[in-house]
Design a protein around this ligand. Structure first.
Ligand SMILES: Cc1cc2nc3c(=O)[nH]c(=O)nc-3n(C[C@H](O)[C@H](O)[C@H](O)COP(=O)(O)OP(=O)(O)OC[C@H]3O[C@@H](n4cnc5c(N)ncnc54)[C@H](O)[C@@H]3O)c2cc1C
Length: 456
């Protein structure tokens, strides 16, 4: 593709594929580089079924490219967290007091493949798989790299380069290498926890072994397992565990240690996962971290988005949703700035980065909530109050609901109001000197909303 007006995108993951599709729909030419083989032709990730929670922010962006309904057909709705305490009965904690609110379990490779299939229907896109971008010339919007399929180097020049190359982004590192000039700020915070995927297979009749329409959690204090359903009636389990300590990934090394550990902490799960040893020892452990940086653009020629500019931990189920929201907001700003790239990039990064910083912080908060507090008595009381308020006061949305079900509300605003609401509710629940009175709670929440009317 030899067009000086073309847009180069680095990384054909979820964000890059959606962005490429939207840009060709808008009439641009796109050259999309992806270092991995074409996922539609070669099975990646050792055949594991990996799924994600898709919610309203992601769906809004998919609507923009006309794919919302097609994607929803491939999803399994999840109405709440089905919590499996170590002692006691499992219980459902709905995500919201509003009957229709739910999140959706979607296959990551399935969604990615659909975006690529639809983008490729357009002649203006060229997708170059197995092409790893290694260098970016920021001023000239030129990329260089290695084509592993044809065993040769490549270079390509466009009007602009957009890096959607994920948390380890080469494009971001190029911006970082120009720190003195760009005043590039960067922070990276790894959790001392990693993750590993296991699975629950369908039962002998091809049905679901545990409740289908829920996100299951086995909270165990400093660690947990979660499970999301797949269309083939399996579940993908994700173990979130520390690396260190006696139950850490680094120390659970033998079959005997693993068996003793699962029997002690996940006895209720064991009957569903007879093959857990095999999966545990063959599946890799992934890192979990938060990356924040600024600026996201240079010279109106190069921009980063998606995980490349804001990688977050997965505990709010918002990484992909936020990356899709990037594409929607970028698209809306194109209506204002057209291809005045400098203005477009600057307004995009300034609008987005405070919001992606907010969801990064909320995702860390949720890590502690999911593993430590979902089965805590005060937390359960607070959830009951939230349900009551959502059912009886139409202006009330819990922090979770604002993030997950109100895509028109920026993450930062959801965080500010949500934290204030949480403080009121938790103080009431923790005050053991008096019985919680829902009318008093409602009055306090209404006062807060009144006081914050101009801020949110
Ligand atoms: C365990 C886990 C669970 C998660 N669950 C959820 C969830 O439930 N809901 C949710 O919304 N989010 C979730 N996320 C987050 C979500 O996966 C990411 O936010 C999302 O994948 C980001 O998309 P992206 O396209 O920006 O980056 P990526 O998906 O990482 O894609 C980047 C692409 O760029 C390619 N690439 C990288 N470097 C180069 C290069 N030099 N040249 C060419 N190509 C390159 C990569 O091969 C890849 O295809 C989860 C994340 C994890 C780790």
């Amino acid at each position: 593709m030899e067009d000086s007006k073309k847009i180069i995108i680095v990384g054909a993951g979820l964000c890059g594929s959606l962005l490429a599709l939207r840009l060709v729909q808008r009439g641009f030419k796109v050259e999309l580089f992806e270092k991995r083989p074409d996922m539609r032709r070669k099975e990646l990730d050792a055949g594991r079924s990996i799924n994600l929670a898709l919610s309203s922010r992601g769906l809004w962006a998919l609507d923009r490219v006309g794919l919302k309904d097609r994607v929803l057909e491939t999803c399994i709705p999840m109405k709440g967290r089905l919590v499996h305490p170590i002692d006691g009965d499992a219980f459902l904690s709905p995500y919201s007091g509003r009957a229709d609110d739910h999140i959706n379990s979607v296959s990551r490779p399935g969604l990615n493949a659909l975006l690529l299939d639809v983008a490729e229907l357009n002649d203006d896109i060229q997708i170059r798989f197995e092409c790893s971008v290694q260098k970016v010339n920021l001023e000239q919007a030129r990329v260089e790299g290695f084509d592993h399929k044809n065993n040769c180097s490549f270079s390509s020049q466009g009007a602009i380069v957009i890096g959607t190359d994920g948390a380890g982004s080469v494009v971001r590192r190029t911006l970082m290498a120009r720190t003195p000039e760009l005043l590039f700020n960067y922070s990276q915070d790894f959790l001392r926890h990693g993750y590993k995927e296991l699975s629950i297979l369908p039962d002998s009749n091809g049905g679901f072994k545990i409740a289908k329409n829920a996100l299951h959690i086995w909270p165990r204090g400093h660690f947990m397992i979660i499970a999301l359903p797949n269309l083939d009636a399996s579940f993908t389990l994700t173990m979130f565990h520390p690396y260190e300590s006696e139950i850490g990934f680094n120390n659970l090394k033998t079959k005997e240690q693993l068996k003793a550990f699962f029997e002690k902490y996940y006895a209720d799960l064991l009957p569903y996962i007879p093959h857990y040893q095999e999966e545990y020892f063959s599946n890799p452990v992934g890192n979990l971290g938060t990356i924040k940086c600024y600026p996201w653009q240079a010279y109106g020629k190069c921009l980063i988005m998606g995980d490349a500019s804001h990688a977050i931990v997965p505990f709010y189920g918002q990484g992909m949703n936020a990356s899709f929201e990037d594409v929607r907001e970028f698209d809306e700003l194109m209506d204002v700035h057209g291809d005045d790239w400098d203005k477009l990039f600057t307004s995009f990064q300034d609008k987005r980065h405070k919001n992606t910083n907010a969801i990064a912080d909320l995702a860390i908060d949720n890590f502690y909530e999911m593993r430590d507090r979902v089965d805590d008595i005060d937390f359960k009381e607070k959830r009951k109050l939230e349900m009551h308020l959502e059912q009886n006061y139409k202006e009330y949305y819990s922090k979770y609901s604002m993030v997950t079900f109100r895509p028109e509300l920026p993450y930062e605003k959801a965080m500010i109001l949500g934290r204030k609401q949480d403080e009121i509710l938790l103080n009431m629940v923790r005050d053991k000197s008096q019985v919680v009175n829902v009318d008093r709670v409602l009055t306090k929440i209404k006062e807060l909303h009144e006081n914050m009317r101009n801020e949110i």
